[in-house]
Design a protein around this ligand. Structure first.
Ligand code: FEO
Length: 437
């Protein structure tokens, strides 16, 4: 496949991979891209995954049609791109290996050799002339490992972007770019937004007409669309107005509240509502959607004095990837000591610039009149609807609430004060069996 007259595609499609990078499902497979730049000298851009040695070496041989490569340029040392360096060197012992200093250290660690006799170390702004094509190397640390370089070919105005602008999915499957690119970016590079922003700033100084990533399709048209999405993702900006409700439900009662909330949001005119069962749907897609939309409702149960495991994992993924600049609400369920909302909020403490809505829904085992009213109030607040006076009520200063804990069963009652005739709704003991927490 020709990318330009001189740049040829020599990568492979992987439809055998079960979990990419050991954790991501890839129903449409994966592409490991590699390119040959044909000039007076020939450069091969990166290798491919270990499972495709013969196919990749055959692609090189067929494309070069009797010529031999002069350079192997390694932009990234993760094994999906570096696994065949030794096989390449064995096949083409005359070729030089071009990479960053950090990458050569990694080669020594991976392969027991850093190819000292044939290495060319490049850093920021260094160039390599192939004849008509001059390649300029740009460092891109942590996009997605520290050794990464990207490469600009000024002759054809091509940016070889390493993992940047990559996506899940093999190249022989047609699919929309953004969903699988978002799931890939947020999952794999999402933590390193500042470093991606730095790379975008450097790229903005270049005249780029084609982007050749190491995964996914070569991008040739409407590059502004892709760059704008990358700017939003790496800047942790809202990609789209919408409400994601992420939930876990053990016996269906939390799910009922979630479904009622989704209905109420739609009735209020909030059209874009995404409901995700964290136990059953792809976690990487759920994480990507949390970054995609402007508002997030987290609904789960108190579980073993913590929260349900899938919700714990979900929030860990968000915080690890610097989740920020969003509006967050909570629905908690607990049959004797509901703590989930407090625990979820605590887990989000390291996330910057989150706005928490005033309304929280507390379910005590199953929805009742009080919690259903909270669901309705939450729907109104999330949709900025004040038609029943809920917003005005929320704007009034909230009374200071205290927590009273039942010494017998652990039930927690939140109120300004505990009435003398109060009885525990779970075990029936009187008010004197409660202690203030
Ligand atoms: Fe596609 Fe970070 O390797």
């Amino acid at each position: 496949m020709n990318i330009t007259n001189d740049i040829k595609y020599i990568g492979v499609n992987d439809h055998k991979v079960d979990l990419f990078e050991g954790q991501y499902v890839v129903p449409n497979g994966m592409a490991y891209n590699s390119y040959a730049i044909m000039d007076e000298k020939i450069a091969i851009m990166d290798t491919v995954d270990a499972g495709f040695t013969a196919e990749w070496l055959a692609n090189i041989e067929n494309t070069l049609a009797g010529r031999k490569p002069d350079y192997l340029i390694i932009q990234h040392m993760e094994p999906d791109h570096s696994a065949n360096i030794v096989n390449f060197v064995n096949a083409y012992p005359e070729a030089k290996v071009v990479s960053s200093a950090k990458a050569f250290v990694m080669m020594k660690n991976f392969f027991g050799t850093d190819f000292a006799e044939k290495q060319i170390v490049v850093g920021e702004g260094d160039t390599l002339s192939l004849g008509k094509h001059t390649l300029t190397f740009v460092t891109a640390p942590m996009v997605h490992w520290p050794e990464v370089i990207v490469t600009y070919d000024s002759a054809d105005k091509v940016l070889f972007s390493a993992d940047g602008f990559g996506k899940f999915g093999a190249l022989d499957v047609e699919e929309e770019w953004a969903d699988e690119a978002r799931r890939y970016y947020i999952g794999i590079v999402g933590k390193y937004g500042a470093q991606v922003q730095a790379l975008l700033k450097k790229a903005a100084t270049l005249d780029i007409q084609t982007i050749c990533p190491l995964h996914g399709p070569v991008l040739t048209e409407n590059l502004g669309y892709y760059i704008d999405l990358y700017d939003k993702w790496s800047g942790y900006k809202v990609e789209e107005d919408g409400i994601m409700i992420a939930y876990t439900s053990v016996y269906g009662n939390t799910k009922k509240a979630v479904m009622k909330l989704a209905e109420a949001l739609k009735a209020n005119g909030c059209e874009k509502v995404i409901v995700t069962d964290l136990a059953r749907e792809d976690m990487a897609k759920a994480v990507g959607d949390a970054f995609r939309y402007s508002k997030l409702v987290l609904a789960t149960t108190t579980y073993n004095g913590d929260i349900f495991p899938f919700m714990r994992e979900f929030i860990d993924h968000l915080v690890e990837r610097n989740y920020q600049n969003r509006t967050v609400a909570f629905i908690e369920n607990g049959s004797w000591a509901p703590l989930a909302a407090k625990i979820m909020k605590g887990k989000l403490e390291k996330s910057k610039n989150l706005t928490y809505v005033n309304t929280s829904v507390k379910i005590l085992s199953a929805l009742n009149e009080e919690s259903e009213a909270q669901v309705k109030a939450l729907a109104n607040e999330l949709c900025d609807v004040c038609n029943d006076g809920a917003c005005e009520a929320e704007e009034a200063p909230a009374p200071a609430m205290k927590k009273f804990v039942c010494k017998v069963c652990g039930y927690v009652h939140e109120a300004e004060a505990l009435p003398a005739d109060f009885r525990c709704p779970l075990c029936g003991v009187p008010a004197k069996a409660f202690i203030e927490k």
